[in-house]
Design a binder for this molecule. Structure first.
Ligand SMILES: NC(=O)C1=CN([C@@H]2O[C@H](COP(=O)(O)OP(=O)(O)OC[C@H]3O[C@@H](n4cnc5c(N)ncnc54)[C@H](O)[C@@H]3O)[C@@H](O)[C@H]2O)C=CC1
Ligand SMILES: O=C(O)[C@@H]1CCC=N1
Length: 276
């Protein structure tokens, strides 16, 4: 599934919100002409934002204009997918489909769209700055050329990883999909702690962000596991030791694992609630 990247000649987005904007920004930056992108977006404010940001005139509803799309990207909320599919599928049966909706299975999507040529993706919001991580699953009906087209699109927003089992996308959702929110949650907590200790909010926030950035970069460039990198910061009887010991005593890691299992369970619930 790693043939050379080939962009689809024309792409339609159903839903023009956050995730669609991340992909559109990446595609335009790679030189795909705006004229080869069609967006269906029912909300006027979102259409105005697409016009202002990318010069794209989004359609308020699905029309025959979608028939030109080689790839259709479904970037709607799980709750609205079925209705959006009912409106657009008469025009898109010939296309390859890429869904980013959390939880919604390719079985549901295949039934709604009348085709099995579907790749399901779980991206994340760092895609907005080209630093995304996307998990991908392809149904058997998608050939190597189709996978390459998807890689060309997803690759504009950062890294990607194929998974062999569709159920693993719920784990990807809990890990990298929702993961940026966990990082922001920690940034908030570290900033609050910095303020408690007398730093200004701006000072504490800048230090917290730089610390995540630096530690992530160190981990990405290192061959050593995170536990070893952590131990290298942790002098016996020192300051880090005091903090980590408290985290271990209060089972922060176990709570964190439980929290992520809640996200995985919610992805499964979304499939049951809003799937077929
Ligand atoms: N925000 C995130 O961090 C991530 C989101 N996702 C998934 O991406 C999908 C989209 O999420 P966001 O872009 O954050 O949401 P969003 O709310 O920013 O965008 C969804 C857009 O769909 C539009 N829409 C509503 N009904 C429609 C219809 N019938 N036809 C066409 N468009 C319609 C809405 O007006 C909205 O602009 C969701 O399914 C979510 O599970 C996946 C990974 C990460
Ligand atoms: O919270 C959600 O449901 C979506 C999926 C992953 C990130 N945002």
């Amino acid at each position: 599934m790693t043939s050379p990247a080939t962009h689809p000649s024309s792409i339609a987005f159903i839903g023009g919100g956050n995730m669609a904007s991340a992909f559109i920004g990446g595609l335009l930056a790679q030189g795909l002409p705006a004229a080869s992108i069609t967006v269906v977006e029912p909300f006027e404010a979102a259409r105005d934002a697409l016009k202002a940001k990318f010069g794209i005139d989004a359609l308020p509803a699905a029309t025959a204009a979608l028939q030109a799309a080689e790839l259709v990207v479904w970037a709607v909320k799980p709750q609205t997918f079925k209705d959006a599919a009912a409106a657009a599928s008469p025009y898109t049966r010939h296309a390859l489909h890429l869904s980013v909706a959390a939880g919604i299975t390719t079985d549901s999507i295949a039934q709604w769209l009348g085709t099995g040529r579907i790749v399901r993706a779980m991206p994340n919001t760092p895609a907005l700055v080209g630093k995304g991580m996307t998990g991908l699953f392809a149904r058997a009906d998608v050939d190597g050329a189709g996978c390459a087209q998807v890689e060309a699109v997803i690759g504009t927003t950062g890294q990607f990883m194929w998974v062999e089992q569709e159920s693993h996308l719920d784990a990807v959702t809990a890990l990298s999909g929702s993961g940026p929110a966990y990082v922001f949650f920690f940034l908030e907590a570290m900033t609050r702690a910095g303020q408690d200790m007398g730093l200004s909010e701006a000072q504490a926030y800048q230090m917290a962000v730089a610390t995540f950035q630096g530690a992530s970069e160190l981990a990405a460039r290192s061959d050593e596991p995170a536990a070893v990198l952590r131990e290298r910061v942790t002098s016996k009887g020192g300051t880090t030791f005091a903090a980590i010991t408290h985290m271990q005593d209060t089972q922060v890691a176990a709570h964190f694992v439980q929290a992520m299992r809640k996200a995985e369970a919610r992805a499964q619930e979304l499939a049951a609630e809003f799937g077929r």
